[in-house]
Design a protein around this ligand. Structure first.
Ligand code: SAH
Length: 294
């Protein structure tokens, strides 16, 4: 088992007729960061035509493992996906290329995975397809759905790469192109404290019983990965809200009315012309969730 999941993914080509397609598949694989090519009983391999079409991905060809049967090629794999250009008689659990990329990449973090491609003239046999956990179909033009073998390898490998990029880079700021530094842990912590304090002052949350609300809000912000400027802006918004509550209370106090959002609401309700926007059901539920013990 290796640490890079891509190294646990095998591309298996069954009974390939044209060596050029083997070279084309090797090139597509290397472009997408895949390297393990298995060839089941190829018609012509090694071959100059394969080297020529690989356009420099000769390391993938050199390391290719030639085996006699599909069983040999998928030995040791806990997930096997078979590709098919057309619908088969007995429907099998089916993935689209995107789901295939995600499943293959995710499972490759735990065990060996194979993606199997068929012959140029007649694809994979039903028997071969039945050795697969899933089938994947590239949703091409139904009137002309059969892609060139190496092109099919390209499409599927690309989706694996997208899953890989999403997993490794999806939850980060775009790095060097960004104009602001990411918020550090300390300023995030201060932000969450400020947010909690404000939510209590707004009477959205019960200070003594905040429950899961802050956890959920942290998770929400965490997914966004804020930069420092964004945190500063949000803190400015919180301060403005706090001031509004504070000074409204002061003004009300002058007229002998208790401060606080509930008092404001009671006043506003008495005066129908300034009645606040009522909360929606969902907002009420969220506020209740913030106050009620989980
Ligand atoms: N004439 C064959 C198609 C072979 S194309 C047939 O009807 O089955 C060669 C291989 O490329 C296929 O076996 C499959 O592995 C892959 N392929 C081509 N088009 C595909 C598609 N639309 N979806 C999934 N795999 C495809």
């Amino acid at each position: 088992m290796t640490t890079n999941p891509l190294a646990n993914i095998r591309i298996v080509l069954v009974n390939t007729t044209h060596p050029g397609n083997i070279g084309g598949a090797a090139r597509a694989m290397k472009n997408m960061g895949l390297s393990r090519l298995y060839l089941v009983d190829p018609k012509e391999f090694p071959s100059d035509k394969a080297v020529w079409r690989s356009a420099g991905a000769t390391d993938v060809l050199d390391d290719a493992i030639v085996v006699e049967t599909l069983d040999d090629a998928i030995a040791g794999c806990s997930l096997v996906v078979g590709t098919s250009a057309r619908e088969r008689r007995i429907p099998w659990p089916l993935l689209d290329p995107r789901q295939c990329g995600e499943s293959v990449f995710n499972e490759a973090g735990q065990h060996e995975v194979a993606i199997v491609f068929g012959r140029e003239d007649r694809g994979l046999t039903n028997e071969e397809l039945h050795k697969c956990n899933f089938h994947v179909h590239i949703p091409a033009n139904p009137d002309y759905s059969s892609l060139n073998l190496a092109t099919a390898v390209q499409v599927i490998s690309y989706e694996v790469r997208m899953a890989y990029l999403q997993a490794t880079e999806g939850n980060t700021l775009p790095g060097h192109q960004w104009d602001m530094p990411p918020a550090d842990a300390k300023s995030l912590e201060s932000y969450y404290e400020h947010l909690e304090k404000t939510l209590v002052e707004l009477d959205f949350m019960d200070r003594d019983n905040p429950k899961q609300t802050m956890t959920r809000l942290r998770r929400l912000y965490n997914r966004v990965r804020m930069d420092q400027m964004e945190v500063n802006i949000l803190r400015g918004v919180l301060t403005a809200m706090q001031n509004y509550v504070y000074y409204s209370g002061k003004v009300l106090a002058k007229f002998g009315v208790a401060s606080g959002v509930d008092a404001l609401r009671a006043e506003a309700l008495a005066d129908k012309s300034t009645a606040p926007t009522p909360r929606t059901e969902a907002e009420r539920a969220a506020a209740a969730d913030a106050k009620v013990q989980d």
